[in-house]
Design a protein around this ligand. Structure first.
Ligand code: PMP
Length: 414
């Protein structure tokens, strides 16, 4: 356990950084500058401790045991459900389903609600800026059922064209599945308006919160979304666990996703009754340790203060945007008025991958490529971008290193 470090009322990034052991390391002999937070965030000591503590002291299978370890493990696992419920303001804990991540949450809805409700000729609306996770499951469902995918276009700044969205809506629209925050552009989409529009034609809505949950306050009741998914690892928690939230009446009407232990009440060879929510969707032994540690991640984020984190990240976003715009030949992809601290960019005559490799030589981790958003790359007619994404622990000095690094690297490459 590291000692508790007091966080100033005015956000103290140096104190925050001390909670993240990975930030203390060097890469290629240089201090690590970690700007790949949209792919996954680093983990605070509290999360690492929660994992070690679980395996060291109360590792046991949950729900079925009556011995002390099983009871402790069950209590810790279920405590995470309560914390998630509060974190996204769900009306009840039964509406929180643990999954392997955002991807699995979307697939669960496609394979259960989707297969039950989508038929030939129905329309599913997604957007041009979706991650492959929110394209492929709907493409597969549409192929199977003879349904049609409709795509909301974006403007040059990387904002959804809302008038076009409204034109796409009709009585054929059965589902609108939309990313809350783009992992490439950083755009914050007006999901509340989109949900209201979808509901006006009787469509069901899913919000992909993989990138939003770490930056924004999430209130699923206020959004009025039917489904919401996110991944623990993008909000300072472990990999391998995620959350699907759903409206109760929808979750109750859906068939189970996978069959196995825990998701049943009674099993006979000729008749099976399924368990109540949320267990109906949680077949088999779940990822207990990582789910337990997700609570530590959410508690940590709350303790630091989401508002303070947001303000700090906004400052980094503005500072980095200004600095990057000074670099000759560099173009930022995604200039939405409402965006989070994710900046994608391209540099004239330079391949993003070369930028990534040479920046890594300077200890700077950025992501390059299509970011699992090939249709979006197609919109901009580019093969990929370099992307710097900032978290609570990043600093202006690190942005200065990126800018200096980019200037040097570009000079080398041209
Ligand atoms: N949606 C978006 C917008 C994402 O950025 C990601 C992860 N890059 C996902 C979905 C999928 O998340 P995961 O891989 O954790 O399931």
């Amino acid at each position: 356990m590291i000692e508790t470090i007091e966080i100033d009322k005015a956000f103290n990034v140096a104190a925050v950084r001390k909670h993240f052991p990975a930030l203390q390391r060097e890469v290629k002999g240089k201090p690590l500058v970690y700007f790949d937070n949209a792919a996954t965030t680093q983990k605070p000591q509290a999360v690492i401790d929660a994992l070690v503590n679980y395996y060291s002291h109360y590792n046991a299978n949950i729900h079925r045991g009556i011995h002390t370890l099983a009871e402790e493990a069950t209590a810790a696992f279920e405590a995470t459900r309560d914390t998630v419920q509060q974190f996204i303001n769900a009306a009840s804990r039964e509406q929180i389903i643990f999954t392997g991540g955002a991807t699995e949450g979307i697939n669960l809805v496609a394979q259960t609600w989707g297969r039950q409700n989508i038929k030939a000729g129905d329309e599913i609306i997604i957007s041009s800026m979706e991650h492959h996770s929110n394209i492929v499951p709907w493409y597969m469902l549409a192929q199977e059922k003879g349904a049609v995918l409709k795509i909301i276009p974006i403007n040059e700044d990387g904002e959804l064209m809302m008038d076009e969205f409204h034109k796409l809506l009709s009585e054929k629209t059965k589902l609108v599945s939309i990313v809350h925050v783009s992992n490439v552009l950083g755009t914050i989409n007006p999901v509340k308006n989109i949900i209201a529009g979808a509901h006006s034609v009787g469509a069901v809505t899913l919000v992909d919160g993989a990138q939003s949950t770490v930056h924004l306050d999430i209130d699923v009741q206020d959004l009025d979304c039917d489904f919401f998914v996110f991944s623990s690892h993008k909000i300072y928690g472990p990999t391998g666990v995620g959350v699907l939230y759903g409206k109760k009446e929808l979750l109750e009407s859906m068939p189970p996703y996978q069959g196995g232990g825990e998701m049943i009440k009674d099993v006979y060879f000729d008749a099976i009754t399924y368990n109540d929510l949320p267990y109906k969707f949680e077949a088999g032994t779940p990822n207990i340790a990582d789910t337990v540690a997700l609570k530590a991640a959410l508690d940590f984020t709350k303790w630091i203060g989401k508002q303070k984190i947001r303000e700090h990240e906004n400052e980094l976003l503005c500072y980095a945007t200004e600095q990057l715009m000074q670099i000759e030949g560099l173009k930022i992809i995604g200039n939405a008025k409402n965006k989070v601290s994710v900046i994608s960019f391209v540099v004239e005559k330079v391949h993003p991958q070369d930028l990534g490799i040479l920046l890594d030589n300077r200890g700077i981790a950025v992501r390059t490529g299509h970011h699992c958003a090939q249709p979006l790359m197609e919109c901009y007619k580019i093969p990929g971008t370099a992307r710097a994404s900032f978290a609570m622990y990043n600093t202006k000095e690190e942005i200065d290193s990126l800018i200096t690094g980019l200037q040097k690297v570009i000079k080398m490459l041209l």
